[in-house]
Write a protein that binds this ligand. Sequence first.
Ligand SMILES: Cc1cc2nc3c(=O)[nH]c(=O)nc-3n(C[C@H](O)[C@H](O)[C@H](O)COP(=O)(O)O)c2cc1C
Length: 128
Amino acid sequence: MKIGNVETNNAVFLAPMAGITDVTYRSICKEFGAGLTVSEMVSAKGLFYHDEKTSQLMKKAPNETPFAIQIFGSDSDMMANVAESISEQADLIDINMGCPAPKVVKNEDGSRLMLHPDLIDEITRKSG
Ligand SMILES: Cc1cc2nc3c(=O)[nH]c(=O)nc-3n(C[C@H](O)[C@H](O)[C@H](O)COP(=O)(O)O)c2cc1C
């Protein structure tokens, strides 16, 4: 399967799961044939302010190729800045638009983005 210029061996991808799909879990899934692994969702704000714990979530195992990092946030400039700064660490950058957790949606992030198509357009355009 091809996503942009990234080719995967198959179309069986490991879904990102916060608190579950850490680097060890993902590496094992890769060994068992996952075509693509994705980091847990990573806060764009945390990365922007250089929070060490947040950065740790992007740690990648040697066998994780191709690898996607999923970020969440809603500030388009911040998202674009972060996407640029992590572009070397990931083959793909995924933007979370599905998380329903109260602590995420209260900041207009995650699934809340789906209520604002114009903002989604702005984020994807600036981060592209
Ligand atoms: C504990 C848990 C954490 C999750 N964390 C994320 C996440 O960080 N990012 C994301 O896009 N989806 C997250 N999801 C959603 C899953 O990636 C997946 O889309 C969902 O479980 C539906 O999968 P299914 O279609 O295989 O049933 C999470 C789901 C669970 C159960």
